[in-house]
Design a protein around this ligand. Structure first.
Ligand SMILES: C[S@@+](CC[C@H](N)C(=O)[O-])C[C@H]1O[C@@H](n2cnc3c(N)ncnc32)[C@H](O)[C@@H]1O
Length: 280
């Protein structure tokens, strides 16, 4: 094993689970410093400049403060494709990829769909749907202009068109688009859950993307469903990523608003995570 690999492991040991420390050590040396995995495991030496050494120390000190590795490198992969991430956007999660896969399976044979992604963040959902649904037109909303600029860069990076517009979905919206699919992974963590959250999320990811008031955890789901019941196309479908603690409540909310064929699904970890519902 390369001595730098061992050095990184020693520096981070005890701060993260062992497997994660190993993954970080490999990620730092291969993704950031361009080591090949073979050279790394063979312990093959290569010149490591003073500048590289300084950069490594900077990365380690940021990891010691639990900054997510994706923010340090400025990018991540979602459904196998590269996405820029900054502190203005949530790091895309694997559960969200499962939601995108559900939509793509449902609409595999259809072309020219109109899609609206509400709370687009990095644009991971919007950009992936633009890439995977042939000839679709995709509109992405977010209240954060900084997030929208990341989403625009990600659309360009992945070679797709996504129209990114600043909209506060909780306020009065003047122009509602016609769309066949509405998808949203809105903020859904209650303030009271902060106490049990990992520091890498709590200290570093944008609060605007995460939290809802304790007394109204379904705030975004209700508001978006209200708009959808009037403005989704007549055969339109709503897809949500949800808080695992609120599967039943979200389903009941949508049924009570007249949505049809409401379906709740679990993610790969077995938690209630996604809901699909047809327009009333
Ligand atoms: C949980 S993040 C999801 C980001 C991305 N769609 C994903 O799945 O990784 C929620 C997003 O909703 C945005 N947001 C928060 N409040 C909003 C509002 N009132 N109107 C529109 N977007 C909002 C946040 O800026 C954030 O980007």
């Amino acid at each position: 094993m390369h001595p730098l690999y061992t050095y990184i492991i020693q520096s981070l040991s005890g701060l993260y689970p062992d497997l994660e420390v190993k993954a970080l050590a490999k990620g730092i040396l291969t993704d950031v410093f361009g080591f090949s995995a073979v050279d790394l495991y063979a312990g093959k030496d290569r010149n490591f400049s003073t500048k590289e050494r300084e950069k490594l120390e900077d990365i380690l000190s940021r990891l010691k403060r639990f900054e997510p590795f994706q923010y340090i490198t400025g990018e991540t992969f979602f459904l196998g494709h590269p996405f820029y991430v900054t502190h203005d956007v949530l790091v895309p999660r694997p559960e969200t990829a499962e939601l995108v896969e559900w939509i793509v399976r449902d609409y595999a044979s259809q072309e020219g769909l109109r899609v609206l992604d509400i709370g687009t963040g990095s644009g991971c959902i919007a950009v992936s749907l633009a890439r995977l649904l042939p000839r679709s037109s995709v509109l992405a909303w977010d209240v954060s202009e900084a997030a929208l600029s990341v989403a625009r860069r990600n659309a360009a990076r992945n070679g797709v068109n996504v129209e990114c517009v600043r909209v506060d979905v909780l306020s009065h919206i003047v122009a509602m688009p016609d769309a066949d699919i509405w998808v949203s992974n809105p903020p859904y963590i209650r303030e009271q859950e902060k106490a049990s959250m990992d520091r890498n999320v709590l200290d570093w990811e944008p609060g605007l993307a995460l939290f809802v008031p304790d007394n109204d955890p379904l705030l975004f789901y209700r508001k978006i469903a209200e708009l959808g019941s009037k403005h989704l196309s007549s055969s339109g479908v709503l897809y949500y990523e949800i808080n695992q603690a609120y599967g039943r409540e979200t389903v009941e909310l949508l049924r009570s608003m007249g949505y049809r064929n409401v379906e709740l699904r679990k993610d790969l970890s077995g938690n209630d995570r996604m809901v699909k519902a047809e327009r009333p």
